[in-house]
Design a protein around this ligand. Structure first.
Ligand code: DGL
Length: 274
């Protein structure tokens, strides 16, 4: 199970993956909640973006990544830090790895319900997430309590991944205006769900467009708390945890994002064959 190359400081890590840098928004919450745990983060940028691909692609990628993280790192739990992959593949992974604790991420509709006063809630997510049976079931269970305006955001995760600020701002503006009128009066959208783990990295652009009265909600912190709950063993609190960073694509993108958003300076290992 555990790779002989694994160093003692990386023992029993928690595996975390996304199509690219987006899952770093979840890793940031995980490290805050579980500072002594080791993590191995895999950015599948060689096969991204996920959001406009079909379920077969998502299931194949999720399987290959889980196999790799289990065989090479002996992960003690897996966090699917991607809404799109979770929607398409978490049931398959749970069936195929019954003894591996697996946590997924889904758009924060329930927290949004608890927050919204106007009962009109915008949801930005990938086409894959919004079209999934898992999301539809979640939405159907809640849509008698509020109006959810769901907006597929084609290209937005990719623009964030490419660090293309102009395109990111233009797409945010476009999708926000498609959702409708934001504000705190009756009939206006007062809460926006960021239903893709890349979108928290566009938070400052969204805030500039929407103003301070609109709540932007993601699920990083609830996922981190859920991960703590399902862990069978916690790392001893004697040293800060270590993060190993892997990429199936361009390592420099992950390196820059990890440094910028998490202050992580370690090298990124290329794993193109996975
Ligand atoms: N970050 C991913 C999500 O949460 C998907 C981004 C993409 O590759 O389209 O859905």
């Amino acid at each position: 199970m555990t790779s002989s190359a694994q160093s003692p400081q990386c023992a029993d890590p928690i595996g975390v993956f996304d199509s690219g840098v987006g899952g770093l928004s979840v890793l940031r919450a995980l490290r805050a909640e579980l500072p002594h745990e080791n993590f191995v983060y895999l950015a599948d940028s060689g096969h991204a973006p996920y959001g406009e691909r079909d379920d077969t692609h998502m299931i194949e990628r999720s399987r290959a990544i889980t196999r790799h993280l289990s065989a090479q790192y002996g992960i003690k739990a897996l966090v699917m830090a991607c809404n799109t992959a979770t929607a398409a593949a978490i049931h398959v992974l749970r069936q195929e790895h019954p003894s591996l604790p697996i946590v997924g991420v889904e758009p924060a509709l329930k927290p949004a319900l608890a927050h919204s006063q106007t009962r009109r809630i915008g949801v930005m997510a990938t086409r894959g997430t919004l079209g999934s049976a898992k999301f539809r079931t979640l939405l159907e269970s809640l849509n008698s309590q509020a109006d959810f305006v769901c907006q597929p955001c084609d290209g937005l995760a990719d623009a964030i991944e490419r660090e293309d600020a102009n395109k990111t701002i233009a797409l945010c503006a476009h999708y926000i205006s498609a959702i409708g009128q934001f504000g705190t009066k009756n009939g206006q959208v007062d809460t926006l769900v960021l239903g893709c783990t890349h979108y928290p990295f566009a938070r400052q652009h969204l805030l500039a467009l929407l103003g301070p009265d609109i709540a932007l909600l993601d699920n990083g912190e609830p996922v981190a708390r859920q991960t703590r709950r399902i862990l069978r063993t916690l790392a001893p609190p004697d040293a800060p945890g270590h993060c190993t960073l892997l990429s199936t694509g361009d390592c420099s993108t992950l390196q820059r994002a990890a440094r910028h958003w998490l202050g992580l300076d370690g090298p990124v290992e290329s794993i193109r064959g996975v």
